[in-house]
Ligand binder design. Structure first.
Ligand code: ADP
Length: 457
C-alpha cells in the first residue's frame, strides 16, 4: 500500500526525465491535445452561428407574413364574418408554417377579456380569453411582440400585433403561432451530421498522432541502437589493440622455443609448438580483421586516391599469394595485357586482390585460379575465377555480411573469420568501385571487381 504513491511519483519523474531528454515529444503531446480541441471549437462556433442565423431568418420571414396579414385586415373585413372566415381558410391553406392564427378584439373598454373573432381552430371562434399578456404587453406595443413557447416538446414562435382602423385607433390583436419544428429538425440534423464528422475527424487525427508517437519510439530506439553500435565499435577497437601486444609476445616466445627445440624439445613438444603457432596465427588474423573492420566503420583508414596502374596492383597481389598457391599445387593465370588506369589507393587495391586471391586459394582444393580483365565503355572489370567449392545461391545472398561464413562439410575445416569479404567490399566501395559474384556449388566462383576508368586514358 505504502509503495503506491512512491511508484506513481517515480513514474512521474521517469516521464519528466524522458521528456527532458527528448523535448520533441512535447510537440506530439501538444498536437494530441490541441488538434482535437481546435476541431471541436471550430465545429461548435460554426454550429452556433448557423443556429443563430437560422433563427434570425425565421423571425424575418414571420414578420413579413405578419405585415401582409396586418395590411389585409380592415374594418370591412372584421364586420363581415363570412368573408373573414373565407380569408382565414385561404391563409391556412397557403401558409403551412403558420400553426395557428387568431384575431382578438377587446370585449369591453377595460380590455379585461378579448373575444376570438377568427381562428384556424373554428371551435375557438366566439370564445373569450383573459390573458394579462394581451392586456399589458401586446396591446401597448405598436411594433408588435414576439416570444418562443414550448408546446408539446416543439418550439413555437408567437407573434402578436395590434391592428388599427382607418382613423388609426387600435381595434384588435392579431396573434400568430409559427411552428419551428421544420427549422429545428434541420438544425438538429446539421448538428448531428457535424458532430459525427467531428468525431470521425478527431479519431483520424488521434490515429495519426498515435502513429506519430510510435514513429517517435522508433527514433528513440534507433538512437539507442546507434549508441550501442558505437559502444560495440569502441569495444572491438580497444579489445583488438589490447590483444595485439600479448599476441606479439607469444609469437616472440614461440620463435625462441623453435630455435631451442633441437636441443631441448621432444618430438611431441615440437608438435605442440606447431599447434600453438597455428592457433596464434588464427588469433592474429582475427585481431587484424577486427581492427580493420573497426577502422573502416569509424572511417579511420586514409585513402590516398591517385590515378594508378591497375595491372601493377593485380601483379603485386599475385606475387604475394603465389607461394600459398604453390603449396596447394594451384596455378594462377593472368593475361598481362595493358590495362586502363583507374583512380584508387594503390595499397588498398592490392589488399583487395590479395583478399580475393587468398579466398580463391583457400576454397579451391584443386584446379586453377584465373584472373582476366574486360573493358566496358567507361568501366573496367577484373574477374577472379576459381575451380573451387563454389557457393550456394542461399549463401551468396549473405556472403558480404560481417562474420558470415558458408557452413558446409567442405568448409568446416577451413579456418576463417567471415570478415574478409565485408572488408573487401567496403574497401572497393570507398574507392568508388563495385563487387559482384557468380558461383555454382561444386563448380567454382567468379568475383568481378569493377572500377570507372580514369579520364585521360
Ligand atoms: P573467411 O574466408 O574468413 O571465412 P570471407 O568473408 O573472406 O571470410 O568469406 C566468407 C565466406 O565466403 C567464406 O567462409 C566462404 O564460405 C565463402 N567464400 C569466399 N570466397 C570463396 C571462394 N572463392 N570460393 C568459395 N567460397 C568462398
Amino acid at each position: 500500500m505504502d509503495n503506491a504513491p512512491q511508484k506513481s511519483s517515480s513514474f512521474f519523474f521517469v516521464a519528466l526525465n524522458f521528456i527532458r531528454k527528448n523535448p520533441s515529444i512535447i510537440l506530439s503531446l501538444a498536437l494530441m491535445v490541441f488538434m482535437p480541441l481546435a476541431l471541436y471549437f471550430n465545429t461548435y462556433i460554426l454550429l452556433n452561428t448557423y443556429e443563430k442565423n437560422a433563427g434570425i431568418e425565421f423571425m424575418r420571414k414571420a414578420a413579413m407574413v405578419e405585415n401582409t396579414l396586418d395590411a389585409m385586415i380592415d374594418g370591412d373585413l372584421l364586420n363581415n364574418p363570412e368573408s373573414l372566415e373565407k380569408k382565414i381558410n385561404e391563409i391556412k391553406e397557403r401558409e403551412d408554417e403558420i400553426a395557428d392564427l387568431e384575431i382578438l378584439m377587446p370585449s369591453d373598454e377595460k380590455r379585461e377579456t378579448y373575444d376570438v373573432i377568427a381562428s384556424f381552430a373554428p371551435d375557438q371562434v366566439g370564445q373569450k380569453v383573459s390573458e394579462d399578456f394581451y392586456k399589458t404587453v401586446a396591446w401597448s406595443q405598436p411594433e408588435g411582440t414576439s416570444h418562443f413557447e414550448d408546446i408539446g416538446g416543439a418550439r413555437v414562435l408567437k407573434i402578436e400585433k395590434v391592428f388599427h382602423d382607418d382613423l388609426n385607433s387600435r381595434i384588435g390583436l392579431l396573434s400568430l403561432s409559427f411552428s419551428m419544428q421544420k427549422t429545428d429538425n434541420m438544425i438538429s440534423q446539421a448538428f448531428l451530421r457535424s458532430y459525427l464528422i467531428l468525431f470521425v475527424t478527431i479519431l483520424l487525427v488521434l490515429v495519426f498522432v498515435i502513429n506519430h508517437a510510435r514513429m517517435f519510439r522508433y527514433a528513440v530506439r534507433l538512437a539507442k541502437l546507434k549508441e550501442v553500435d558505437e559502444m560495440k565499435d569502441n569495444f572491438i577497437s580497444i579489445a583488438s589493440h589490447e590483444l595485439r601486444s600479448p599476441l606479439t609476445a607469444m609469437r616472440g616466445y614461440l620463435e625462441f622455443l623453435k630455435e631451442k627445440e633441437v636441443a631441448h624439445v621432444t618430438e611431441e613438444g615440437k608438435h605442440y609448438i606447431d599447434n600453438l603457432e597455428t592457433s596464434v596465427d588464427r588469433l592474429d588474423n582475427l585481431v587484424s580483421d577486427l581492427l580493420e573492420v573497426s577502422r573502416l566503420e569509424q572511417n579511420r583508414i586514409p585513402f590516398e586516391m591517385k590515378i594508378i596502374d591497375l595491372a601493377s596492383a593485380i601483379k603485386s597481389g599475385i606475387t604475394e599469394m603465389e607461394p600459398k598457391a604453390q603449396e596447394k599445387n594451384l596455378e594462377i593465370t593472368y593475361s598481362e595485357a595493358p590495362l586502363p588506369r583507374v583512380r584508387a589507393d594503390q595499397e588498398r587495391l592490392k589488399q583487395v586482390f590479395i583478399n580475393l586471391i587468398s579466398n580463391a586459394i583457400k576454397y579451391t582444393p584443386k584446379g586453377k585460379i584465373e584472373i582476366t580483365a574486360k573493358t566496358k565503355r567507361k568501366q573496367i572489370d577484373i574477374i577472379i575465377s576459381d575451380t573451387g567449392l563454389g557457393i550456394s545461391a542461399e549463401n551468396q545472398k549473405k556472403l558480404f555480411q560481417k562474420f558470415y561464413r558458408a557452413r558446409t562439410k567442405e568448409t568446416s575445416a577451413i579456418p576463417g573469420t567471415g570478415l574478409g569479404l565485408w572488408i573487401t567490399k567496403e574497401l572497393i566501395e570507398k574507392m568508388n568501385g563495385t563487387i559482384g559474384l557468380e558461383s555454382i556449388e561444386g563448380v567454382g566462383s567468379r568475383f568481378t571487381v569493377s572500377f570507372p576508368i580514369a579520364e585521360g586514358n
